[in-house]
Design a protein around this ligand. Structure first.
Ligand code: PA5
Length: 543
């Protein structure tokens, strides 16, 4: 199958054999056609009420068409005013799709899905005269996004720029942001379809507005989705979404519930850089609940540790072009792949018996962070590190070894991972300036042979965060936090961005510990020096 053709091949013969009866079952149940027709009964009575207001994504290739003209007109208007730098403030489903769309199209988009003061300061340091910020939030109540809005509004005003003319809002009708946009006279508000959940919203205003304003050809994405829509609605075992769901379902049944995702063939016109990060959220947040689900492991490419050498507890998926080491290969252009993966995720939800449209455990970490922000004394520190080794302070949940040299602590931590478990590295740092932190994923996976995920905090809280708390309870969590040199205040809020970032790390750590999961937090008192020590300690620990 070429990269242009949309399709799924279960390359591994054993997996194909196990998947065949599941594909037959989905076809016999008429699941694909029912899904395309927005039938909310597919996931059982408990899921029906949520599903009944979450299925409009199956026909977005038609219903989103009118948006294209509006986006083009706004882009032309902004450009005629010399405004051609697009910043996007949005978390999870409100930023991951535009990020992959623009990365695939090769057009620049500055994405703010962080609370790291340094990273936000860098975005502010860009040319504000040429900047428009798209503030995207379905709920209109997400603290990270609201903080970015406040910070940018003040920065525009301080620079003598009319902030209201530079803020574009994407939100659901009736949300606090839609009311605010009206009150403040923001330049334009795009109201999205409220019957589409965040992670299924790639082809709504949430995906299309920021990507289109940045210069991506978003009409083409809808064409690509339209080209595959009929096939995805067919009740045959060969339907690619049925195939993908059946392969995942069979892998899950066999205990290979970790799905290692790599974009393949960078020379191909359908190379989809960043797609694994988008798919990671879709799969983790949709399936990771009731103590079950699929754990996506997004890796840099097919040569990354954990892909070819994935072990019995994981399944390797190549995205873009067939790849020797993969068990499943998925091809097709981006717009078609969005729809294909959404169909497959909803269908595998039926197979493993979960509701793919809720995210019951996401709120717990937000609540814990809010409680900490209300208690500034606790935030300021209070807690003493159990150990200090160079530029690294060590904190741990109950039962986690925190005494000794850093390498010994890490050795004990890696050694305690449950059989068939996973390690999640969670870095509450600057995704650009501290980018090399992500190399820890491969280092740890290679040296321990354990499937290892990597997430930037708080971004992952809107993605794999659901699985960590709601999915299979066999994760071990390595949090990395860092000293903040220049903090940023959040206008009219009693906390700084750095305090918010710290509260998010501590809050999620608390919730994970309450779930009985081991949490080791390493705080870098000097980010560069601490990171170098950490890398050395990981290497030493695994010898
Ligand atoms: O998929 C989801 O529902 C979440 O990941 C949301 O997209 C994320 O939490 C952001 O929410 P909102 O768009 O309401 O700011």
């Amino acid at each position: 199958m070429s990269g242009d053709e949309t399709g799924v091949v279960i390359v591994d013969a054993e997996l194909a054999e196990k998947a065949a009866p599941l594909a037959q079952r989905l076809a016999a149940d008429g699941a694909a056609a029912k899904l395309a027709a927005k039938d909310s009964t597919l996931w059982g009575p408990d899921a029906e009420s949520e599903a009944s207001i979450r299925l409009s994504w199956t026909t977005l290739h038609k219903s989103s068409r009118p948006l294209i003209g509006e986006i083009e007109a706004l882009r032309a208007e902004l450009r005629s005013e010399g405004v051609d730098r697009v910043v996007l403030a949005g978390m999870g489903g409100s930023s991951l799709a535009p990020e992959v769309i623009t990365a695939t199209a090769g057009v620049p988009l500055t994405v703010l899905d962080t609370t790291d003061p340094g990273q936000v300061a860098d975005a502010l340091a860009g040319d504000l005269e040429r900047t428009v910020i798209v503030v995207s939030s379905k709920s209109g109540g997400t603290v990270e996004t609201d903080s970015h809005r406040r910070i940018f509004a003040k920065a525009f005003a301080d620079a003598g720029i009319d902030a209201a003319r530079r803020i574009v809002v994407v939100t659901d009708p009736g949300s606090p942001f839609s009311e605010l946009a009206e009150k403040e006279g923001y330049r334009k508000t795009f109201l999205a379809d409220p019957h589409v959940g965040g992670r299924y919203s790639a082809l709504t205003a949430f995906g299309l507005v920021p990507a289109g304003l940045a210069g991506a050809d978003v009409a083409r994405l809808l064409d690509q989705a339209a080209s595959v829509a009929e096939t995805l609605a067919e009740d045959t075992a060969e339907n690619p979404a049925v195939q993908l769901a059946a392969a995942w379902g069979a892998a899950h049944e066999a205990g290979a519930e970790k799905v290692v995702l790599a974009a393949t063939d960078s020379g191909n016109s359908n190379y989809l850089p960043g797609f694994p990060d988008w798919a990671e959220q879709l799969i983790a947040e949709s399936t990771g609940k009731l103590g079950t689900g699929l754990l996506p492991v997004a890796v840099d490419g097919p040569d990354a540790p954990g892909f070819a050498d994935h072990g019995k507890d994981a399944t390797a998926v190549a995205i873009g072009a067939p790849e020797g080491a993969a068990q499943i290969s998925v091809t097709g252009p981006l717009g078609a792949q969005f729809l294909l993966w959404e169909f497959a995720t909803a269908l595998v939800g039926r197979l493993i018996g979960i509701n793919p449209f809720d995210q019951p455990d996401v709120e717990a970490a937000k609540k814990a962070a809010r409680a900490l922000l209300d208690d500034p004394e606790k935030l300021k520190g209070g807690e003493e590190p159990a150990t200090v080794d160079g530029a690294v302070e060590v904190f741990g949940s109950e039962g986690v070894v925190t005494e000794g040299k850093l390498a010994d602590i890490l050795r004990a931590f890696f050694g305690s991972v449950a059989d068939g478990g996973y390690i999640a590295v969670q870095a509450y740092l600057d995704r650009l300036d501290d980018a090399s932190t992500s190399l820890l994923r491969g280092e740890i996976a290679k040296r321990t042979g354990v499937q290892t995920t990597f997430g930037w905090g708080p971004r992952f809280l809107h993605s794999t965060g659901q699985y960590h708390k709601g999915g299979h309870q066999n994760g071990s969590f390595l949090q990395i936090t860092g000293a903040v040199e220049d903090d940023l205040s959040v206008p009219d809020r009693p906390y700084t961005l750095g305090q918010l970032q710290h509260a998010q790390a501590l809050g999620d750590g608390q919730v994970l510990a309450e779930h009985g999961r081991p949490v080791l937090r390493l705080h870098l008192t000097d980010r560069a020096a601490g990171l170098a020590e950490l890398v050395r300690a990981v290497q030493e620990a695994a010898q």
